[in-house]
Design a protein around this ligand. Structure first.
Ligand code: ZN
Ligand code: ZN
Length: 268
């Protein structure tokens, strides 16, 4: 398998980059496409009660989100190829033979990467909201005030680079099998698509239990797009709670969106 990711020329490096971008693109198409088909075509009416913002994003929004996502895929391809290149020169702990480490470590490395990514995301996200950086790094993502599933990868190239760094960061810090990283990518994009599709999927009781204090929700991220402040976290609500950056009305909004008697007219 190793040879498949090793290049000894610029052309080979480019080919590997294109292949990475292509495979990430197929996963993006499948997951964001599933969110789109379910939430915007098949169950648009049935799920309307759980739509966090009543209106639906327009055609121009979708086109922009898909275009930006294509650029992001190119950046991911390049960062991936460069990380493989560094691996070939002993620069990372990425390993290829599954038997080189225990099965326990295989799964632990995924859990560790989820926690690392959550922390990386929270702090780089807050940094990108700094007025000096926002325009260059993060404005493109915030042009979606009411995101669709296609916004999951709608980043400026600089933000895409920041997001892609999780791969060299993880395999630079600890041993990780490529398949473990692949499973992590599947997790991150699934979570990301759910967060941008615009429907609250969690049960109402969750906010009254410890789960609601630990897990982040689609309402959390949609409010971030709506107001451009507060709610900086990704998978967990831990950093936002520790740093006091949850939006003041976050829990109230979650309860309103998940209210049993919520009609479409009451959305908002
Ligand atoms: Zn977002
Ligand atoms: Zn933001």
């Amino acid at each position: 398998m190793e040879q498949f990711f090793q290049a000894d020329s610029w052309a080979g490096w480019l080919r590997i980059g294109a292949r990475n971008a292509g495979s990430d693109g197929v996963v993006y198409l499948l997951l964001a496409g599933t969110g789109w088909v379910l939430g915007y075509l098949l169950f648009r009416r049935a799920w309307a009660r759980r739509k966090i913002i009543a209106a639906y994003p327009g055609r121009a929004d979708i086109v922009r989100e898909v275009r930006l996502s294509l650029l992001t895929l190119a950046v991911y391809g390049i960062v991936g190829a460069s990380t493989f290149w560094a691996t070939g020169r002993g620069g990372t702990h990425l390993y290829w033979r599954i038997g080189d480490r225990s099965a326990g470590w295989f799964w632990a490395s995924i859990a560790l990467t989820i926690v690392l990514h959550d922390t990386w995301f929270y702090w780089t996200h807050r940094m990108m909201h700094h007025p000096a950086l926002f325009r260059w790094f993060h404005r493109a993502h915030h042009r979606s005030h009411n995101p669709s599933p296609w916004a999951a990868y709608a980043f400026s190239p600089l933000e895409a680079l920041m997001q892609a760094m999780i791969f060299p960061l993880a395999v630079g810090l600890y041993p990780m099998h490529l398949a473990a990283f692949g499973l992590f990518m599947l997790w991150q994009l699934t979570f990301n698509v759910i967060g941008h599709t615009g429907y609250e999927i969690y049960p109402r009781w969750m906010m009254d239990s410890w789960l609601g204090k630990v897990i982040s929700t689609p309402t959390h991220h949609v409010m971030h797009h709506e107001t451009s402040r507060g709610n900086y976290g990704l998978y967990f609500n831990v950093w936002d709670r520790l740093m006091g950056t949850n939006h003041d009305r976050y829990e109230e909004r979650f309860r309103a969106v998940t209210a049993p008697d919520r009609s479409r007219a009451a959305v908002g």
